[in-house]
Design a protein around this ligand. Structure first.
Ligand SMILES: Cc1ncc(COP(=O)(O)O)c(C=O)c1O
Length: 438
């Protein structure tokens, strides 16, 4: 018997249907009470492409890109680490954003998508000579230099071919953003960037200004990711502005990091609010006649997607909890394990129903920690074979995915105007063997 046993759960209280504020913009409910996104029925997408599957609302992505351009101007960059594939790189480029890449692989994706070099920003705290060469050959518009060793590498490469690159220097303002330790990057004790307090940032500026290999465009700081309190960005700007204003440089990047709502209680600012506040703060601090750049990733992609799973088995432990195991896990969403991140869940075919049942939603990997949602609310009496979905999985889901247990990463489907298109196919068994040599 695999039916859900609600009596196994403790502290049951009725819970409202999933709020539409957490679903992609074009989400609607059809006449059968089933979720559609971009005019496509989610259950039909699951039937066609299998589960798990990432479903992205293409118009949602496009509208967030436009909002970013309207808020920060045409040099604003999408942080590809949040979610990148060729289709995404093309979309970002079509919508007038630059693309921030942080590895040879991300750069290669941008190149294959035809993103012009001058629209690419290249990040990384330990870029190899090969990566820097690749960026120089493709004419990358901005290299965000993170260390003195990177300046050495750029100078060595310049001594071979005389090519000059445009650079931002990444500084750490000494501000700890209120977010998870692993994604807080602006504090002094960080592997990223040149510290302002220590004098390392000043020394790097002097060196870059004097270098024939470098055209120093500006300063970059990124305080962390999933930052809810936009005052944190202001605090960083206060520190960076004193340093920056003395340098007489044309660009200042505040990085990315704007937080998004994942669950019912989260409150997050919009990209427009973030942009308006940044402009006001810069004006107040006397940062004028300067291009203010930003690099949102999560705020563009996170709420654009849901992940759809099939329930494979239930386990009911009376007085303890219910488990609902789905056909994904670490492979598509490592964030709950890595950061204790919270998600909510719903049944795409019963989207307007209250969710009184409780279960721990777990994946199919061989680890007890393979938990997607610790305490999920679900519609009453779901069965094995039913679909459940987690919203707000468009950022750091597919991109952070793995092949643990030799499971294939799920496909990615973009939906728009009643049409679905596969933009990343799911990995099949043969894909998992493609690097093996027997
Ligand atoms: C340098 C830099 N820019 C931008 C981002 C994007 O952050 P988010 O996706 O939170 O906007 C990151 C994320 O780690 C980053 O390290």
């Amino acid at each position: 018997m695999s039916e859900f046993d609600a009596t196994a759960a403790v502290n049951i209280e009725p819970t409202a249907p999933v709020p539409f504020s957490l679903l992609p913009d074009s989400s609607e409910v059809d006449e059968n009470g089933e979720l559609t996104i971009g005019g496509c029925n989610i259950a039909e997408i699951a039937a066609e492409y299998g589960t798990p599957v990432f479903v992205y609302d293409e118009q949602h992505l496009r509208s967030r890109c436009r909002e970013a351009v309207a808020s920060f101007g045409s040099e604003v960059a999408y942080a590809g680490k949040a979610f990148l594939c060729i289709a995404m790189a093309k979309l970002v480029n079509e919508e007038g954003m630059c693309l921030d890449v942080a590895s040879a692989g991300e750069l290669y994706t941008a190149i294959r998508a035809g993103v012009p070099g001058n629209r690419i920003v290249f990040h990384g705290n330990n870029k190899s000579v090969r990566e820097l060469q690749m960026a120089r050959e493709y004419g990358v518009g901005r290299i965000v230099v993170d260390s003195a060793d990177e300046i050495d590498r750029l100078e060595n490469l310049h001594s071979e071919d005389g090519q000059v690159v445009s650079v931002l220097l990444r500084v750490t303002p000494g501000i700890r953003a209120e977010t998870h330790e692993f994604i807080s990057t602006g504090q002094e004790d960080s592997k990223f960037g040149f510290g302002i307090k220590s004098g390392a940032a000043s020394a790097a500026v002097d060196r870059a200004k004097a270098s024939n290999a470098i055209n120093l465009l500006g300063i970059h700081s990124h305080i962390g990711s999933q930052v809810f309190r936009i005052e944190s960005f202001d605090k960083a700007l206060v520190v960076v502005s004193d340093f920056f204003k003395a340098l007489d440089l044309p660009e200042l990047s505040i990085g990315g990091g704007l937080g998004v709502a994942y669950v019912e209680d989260d409150i997050a600012a919009s990209i427009s609010e973030w942009g308006a506040q940044t402009k006001d703060t810069c004006a107040r601090l006397g940062i004028t006649d300067v291009r203010i750049l930003a690099e949102p990733g999560r705020a563009i992609a996170a709420q654009a997607a849901i992940t759809v799973y099939t329930i494979g088995t239930f386990k009911s432990l009376p007085g303890i909890r219910n488990y609902a195991a789905v056909d994904g896990g670490f492979v598509d969403n490592i964030r709950p394990v890595l950061y204790g991140s919270e998600y909510t869940s719903f049944a795409p075919q019963r989207v307007l129903e209250p969710r009184p049942d409780r279960a721990r939603i777990v994946g199919s990997h061989c680890e007890s920690g393979d938990i997607i949602i610790r305490e999920a609310s679900l519609p009453q009496g779901l069965n094995v074979g039913d679909l459940i979905a987690t919203p707000v999985t468009g950022a750091y889901g597919h991109g952070m995915g793995s092949n643990y247990n030799r499971m294939g990463r799920p496909p990615v489907v973009f939906v728009s105007n009643g049409e679905a298109r596969l933009v990343v196919r799911g990995e099949m068994l043969e894909d998992l063997l493609r690097l093996d040599i027997d």
